[in-house]
Design a protein around this ligand. Structure first.
Ligand code: FE
Length: 196
């Protein structure tokens, strides 16, 4: 049993991370506080709300949508989003016949500027293996039911290309403005494990 007097000791990987952080700071490779600030930024300031703005803009502005599908990184940059892990973003569009879903089979590549840090399950081996082997089954387990006539395209992220799914605009959203539309867009819909 764990009490305040017997806190859980840091795991080996936590100890290694702390030692590396201390060493990097001591050697002057990273300024003090940089790593905390970096982590905080990607936990609270940069996240799926950025991707949601990109999606909503694409829904209301056909010219923007075309630029987004042709050159994701640049079009996303038009809205002010970019930076680490965001230099080669490819946007793939869902249609009534095609559902796109993103995985990184090798590790955990993910478009940080528009989605923030990846969720835990995205980095886990079962997701990475099964999304390739049996996407329809896994999507259904994750609550994303697709009828058999919808083709599933699985995109394997890497350093060369990080994918963002452009979900379909929900039916009945015709009267909403761009901000209201952005509020409808979920992280999972932009990874492709959910629908709107
Ligand atoms: Fe990766």
């Amino acid at each position: 049993m764990t009490t305040e007097h017997h806190p859980i000791p840091p795991s080996p990987v936590e100890r290694r991370v702390a030692a590396l952080e201390e060493l990097l700071t001591e050697k002057g490779y990273v300024p003090e506080g940089f790593i905390e600030e970096f982590t905080r930024t990607y936990e609270s300031d940069v996240g799926p709300m950025n991707g949601a703005k990109v999606v909503a803009r694409a829904w209301v502005d056909p010219d923007y949508k075309q630029r987004l599908l042709e050159d994701g990184t640049n079009a996303i940059g038009e809205l002010g989003f970019g930076g680490p892990e965001g230099h080669h973003i490819v946007v793939v569009e869902n249609t009534p016949d095609v559902h796109n879903v993103v995985v990184c089979t090798l590790c955990s590549c993910y478009p940080w500027p528009v989605l923030g840090l990846p969720p835990r399950w995205y980095k886990d081996p079962p997701y990475r293996a099964r999304m390739v082997r049996e996407p329809r089954v896994l999507l259904q387990e994750m609550g994303c039911d697709l009828t058999d006539d919808v083709d599933i395209r699985v995109w394997d992220s890497s350093a060369e290309a990080r994918y963002l799914v452009l979900p379909e605009r929900p039916q009945g959203s015709e009267g909403l403005d761009e901000d209201q539309l952005a509020a409808l867009v979920t992280r999972d819909s932009m990874i492709g494990v959910g629908r709107l």
